[in-house]
Write a protein that binds this ligand. Structure first.
Ligand code: THU
Length: 128
C-alpha cells in the first residue's frame, strides 16, 4: 500500500461526522477508511430513541464498504464533533478487524497504530 494521505482521510471523516444523527448523545462521530484499492468509504453514527440500538459511525461505514462492492481496509480515521481523532470503541475495533487488509493502520490519539496494536489477540474469521 502506498503512503496514506491522512489529511484526505480526515476530511472524509469530518464530512461524514457532519451527517451524524446524534440527537440523544449530542456526540456526532464520523469514520472513514481507505480501502486497499484506493477507494474511500465513510460513515456516521445513527442513534435511536431505543438508545441501545445506536449504530456507531464504524457500523454504517462497514455497511457502506460492503454495499459498495466490498474490500479491505488499509487505513482508518475516526473523528468526534470537534474534528479530533477518536478511538474506535471495542465493538467497532472488532468490526474493523473483520475487514482489515494486511498491515492495516489507524490514526489514534497516540499517532498511527496497527490494527494488531489496538486489538491484540483478536478473535477473527480464521478461528471459525
Ligand atoms: N460512537 C461511535 O459512533 N463510534 C465509536 O467508536 C464510539 C462511539 C458513537 C455512539 C453514540 O452515538 C455516540 O458516539 C456516543 O457514545
Amino acid at each position: 500500500m502506498a503512503e496514506v494521505d491522512w489529511e484526505l482521510l480526515a476530511r472524509h471523516a469530518q464530512d461524514a461526522m457532519g451527517r451524524a444523527y446524534a440527537p440523544y448523545s449530542s456526540f456526532p462521530v464520523g469514520a472513514a477508511a481507505l480501502l486497499d484499492d484506493g477507494r474511500i468509504v465513510s460513515g456516521c453514527n445513527v442513534e435511536n430513541a431505543s438508545y441501545g440500538l445506536t449504530l456507531c459511525a464504524e457500523c454504517t461505514m462497514v455497511g457502506a464498504l460492503q454495499m459498495g462492492g466490498g474490500g479491505k481496509i488499509a487505513a482508518f480515521y475516526c473523528v468526534d464533533g470537534a474534528g479530533a481523532v477518536l478511538m474506535p470503541c471495542g465493538r467497532c475495533r472488532q468490526l474493523l478487524y473483520e475487514f482489515r487488509a494486511p498491515g492495516m493502520v489507524l490514526m489514534t490519539s497516540h499517532g498511527v497504530r496497527t490494527m494488531d496494536e489496538v486489538l491484540p489477540d483478536a478473535f477473527g474469521p480464521e478461528h471459525l
